[in-house]
Design a protein around this ligand. Structure first.
Ligand code: IVH
Length: 715
């Protein structure tokens, strides 16, 4: 069968259902040449690919956690496109081939608005040959004859790997900022976009130019911020963002702009749109936008030949590593706007532009051995020790193998040749085994049975993929990890004690557990390499200051499994000292929001261990706060018996503050609207589904001011 090329695909996706020669060649191969059985198999594959691609779209756009590479996605999409071309009887306007992926947050938080012009995607290509084909096709479609003197100019730009955003300016003022959403409608994330410093809130437009226009670009999280956030998340044992794109997308979907502001997003703009453009070319429009004060990259070149395009690609394939933000390719655009118009669009992409994706760096190497790392919580992670290879400019000699199941799925063993890729450009990962002829016999893979650090027998909870060392108190990495967690910023916030210092304390037998920190002296610390009187004194002072840290944070700091920051707060509010918590029954614990069977059992098990009781006694002696203020009294009965749903973005208080107020005045905060809901406390941009449901059930919607008046605590 004829191999489909990208132009077949462009044609197939054409809104008019284009019947070019290429289409005919493909659709010519239908049932009459294919046996019934294989046609049925193809149809089944087509339907299953649709479901699979929808799921990948969801993982990528909504969850911000893609599970396959862009290239694998594109390959599957091409396969689906070719199957659809062979089975026109299964045509479906909802197929993933017919619409761009969607990141709409239909659930909550943001208002959705229709795009003034659809926000499309770009066709991806991976080779010089693809680019040549595209360029030839552009020339052909424009009716430019072979050997013509002037070929159309192509603008080359970097392809920024973030989230596309559409900024609307009305009378020079930024009024809306829409995500791509499903290409037709997007979420208005203006409040979050306003935290990005290089996006002007207002622009002065020269006389004669339009002050109402749209400008599109990419929101990104610079590498430096991305790495900082992941370091913080790692310290808190929160899942890490795989790459800056996912981190940016997670950030932009935050409902609280204060969190967004802390993350430090950046924006690069690359597409000016208005009814009246200020220049006849794309590059002219970008120059104009730059003059208005928009952040437009300087890495733009107007090319007049394929060679110039390839030069640009070769240059940036290497130099992009020096950029402060992630890029994943080059975008090629026909420069002349009237030619763009002439070329037009398919259902999903413009014909006047195309993306060239940089090759994912992939290398073969030898899996020398598998070693095992024990983390703070006792989870044992297998790590691949590799024959060092060069990938994206760095040497890779280790990669995580996650857990036993991952290794079994890949079917790899020590001594195998494996593929290593830079997943999302940063974290190297093993993506498979290189097919070989299995000449030398190798031992079957077997996960270790005992902890490499302390020798305890490992256990695996059937519900979890991880093997765990149960020796919490006597296994060094777990002991050190507990101390690292205890001193961390969100816990006791003791400055000056990092991983290395804890290692030293440990090696010298100065500290075995968190309570030992409180008996350290300046003299002792000064004995350690690299410490002087002042630095040693700072540590002791920091430890001493930590005795003022409130009970709820101490409860988080002592590291009871599953008791994270928020859960600790809720527990501490209910059990105002450690003795009360220690004598709580499981059922009592489970009445607290967020505390289920697993958390409750973990708390009970914690207090059953004599070593923990001893640590608590010593913390108490050191003056650490193991009791808090009395649980806040109910302030009024204004909301007694009321079930209240909160939705939208608020001006006077945060959502958490409103939740607290509801409780303090006798109400109950619930998450979804039902017949039992008394009213919805709505901020700006209330989720449309919630709005619709509330209206359908005739439930009152109350704004912030009215709510504050109800409880009479307006500030
Ligand atoms: S132009 C009609 N230029 O890549 C399409 N897109 O894979 C106009 N992107 O959705 C897009 N850098 O989010 C354009 N210099 C650039 C870009 C760029 C990144 C993103 C954009 C688009 C996606 C397609």
């Amino acid at each position: 069968m004829k191999q489909l090329d990208i132009f077949d695909i462009l044609d197939n996706a054409a809104p008019d259902g284009g019947t070019s020669t290429a289409d005919a060649a493909v659709t010519g191969h239908t049932e009459d040449t294919t046996s019934d059985a294989s046609a049925a198999a193809e149809r089944a594959q087509l339907l299953s690919l649709r479901r699979e691609l929808e799921e990948h779209n969801y993982n990528y756009y909504v969850l911000s956690t893609p599970t396959i590479s862009d290239r694998e996605f594109d390959e599957k999409m091409h396969l689906l496109e070719s199957l659809e071309a062979r089975h026109p009887e299964l045509a479906d306007p909802d197929s993933p081939t017919q619409h761009v992926g969607s990141d709409l947050q239909v659930s909550d938080g943001f208002a959705q608005l229709a795009h003034r012009r659809p926000m499309l995607s770009l066709q991806n290509t991976y080779s010089e040959a693809d680019i040549r084909q595209w360029y030839d096709r552009v020339i052909k479609d424009l009716g430019i004859g072979a050997g013509a003197d002037s070929l159309p100019e192509i603008v080359c730009e970097l392809k920024y790997d973030g989230l596309s955003i559409s900024l609307w300016y009305e009378d020079g003022k930024l009024t809306h900022a829409l995500t791509r959403g499903d290409g037709t409608r997007g979420d208005d994330v203006l409040n979050n976009i306003l935290t990005i410093r290089n996006i002007p809130r207002r622009v002065e437009v020269p006389a004669g130019e339009s002050s109402t226009f749209e400008i599109r670009g990419e929101v990104l999280l610079p590498w430096a911020s991305f790495e900082r956030i992941n370091r913080e998340r790692e310290a808190q044992e929160e899942p890490l963002f795989a790459n800056p794109r996912n981190a940016a997308s997670g950030t932009l979907k935050q409902l609280d702009p204060r969190i967004v502001a802390q993350r430090g997003l950046d924006a690069y703009l690359y597409y000016y749109l208005s009814d009246k453009t200020p220049a006849p070319t794309h590059s002219g429009c970008l120059d104009y936008a730059r003059r208005l004060g928009f952040h437009i990259s300087d890495a733009i070149r107007v090319c007049r030949s394929i060679d110039e395009i390839m030069d640009f690609i070769a240059y940036w394939d290497t130099r992009r590593r020096e950029l402060p933000v992630a890029t994943d390719g080059i975008v090629l655009k026909v420069n002349d706007l009237s030619l763009q118009q002439q070329l037009g669009y398919t259902a999903k992409t413009p014909r006047w532009a195309i993306a060239y994706k940089f090759p994912a760096e992939k290398q073969q190497t030898l899996l020398r051995s598998i070693s095992y790392q024990v983390g703070r919580t006792g989870v044992v992670t297998p790590v691949a020790n590799l024959e060092p290879v060069q990938l994206s400019g760095t040497t890779v000699s280790r990669a995580t193998l996650h857990n036993e199941d991952f290794i079994r799925q890949l079917g790899i063993r020590e001594g195998d040749m494996v593929w290593v890729e830079k997943g999302g450009e940063i974290i190297p990962k093993i993506t498979g085994k290189v097919d070989d002829n299995e000449t030398s016999p190798r031992a079957d893979f077997c996960f270790i049975s005992h902890c490499p650090e302390c020798g305890a027998e490992l256990i695996r909870d059937p519900e979890e993929a991880a093997w765990r060392c149960p020796n919490e108190q006597g296994c060094p990495p777990q002991q050190k990890g507990k101390i690292e967690h205890f001193v961390s910023r969100k816990a006791m916030n003791i400055d000056g004690i990092g991983e290395e210092t804890i290692d030293l304390f440990f090696e010298r037998g100065m500290v075995h557990d968190i309570a030992d920190l409180y008996s350290l002296t300046t003299e002792q610390i000064m004995q350690l390499p690299g410490f002087k009187q002042k630095s040693a004194q700072n540590i002791v002072d920091g430890i001493s200051r930590s005795t003022q840290v409130p009970w709820e944070r101490v409860l988080f700091a002592i590291g009871i499994r599953y008791v994270g920051e928020t859960t600790a707060k809720k527990i501490a509010r209910r059990f105002t000292d450690i003795d009360a918590l220690r004598s709580a029954r499981k059922e009592e614990l489970m009445t607290i929001d967020d505390v289920g069977e697993q958390v409750a059992q973990s708390i009970i098990s914690y207090f059953e261990k004599p070593q923990n009781i001893d640590i608590i006694r010593r913390l108490q002696e050191a003056g650490v706060q193991l009791a808090g203020a009395e649980a806040p009294q109910q302030l009024s009965a204004a909301l007694d018996g009321k079930n209240i749903v909160i939705s939208g973005v608020f001006r006077h208080h945060s959502r958490d503050e409103y939740k607290q107020m509801i409780e303090l005045h006798g109400g109950k905060n619930t998450s979804s609207i039902s017949k039992k809901t008394s009213f919805v406390l709505a901020g700006e941009n209330m989720g449309p589904q919630k709005l619709e449901k509330a209206q359908a059930l005739g439930i009152d919607i109350i704004d912030e001011d009215r709510f504050l008046a109800m409880i009479e605590t307006k500030e």
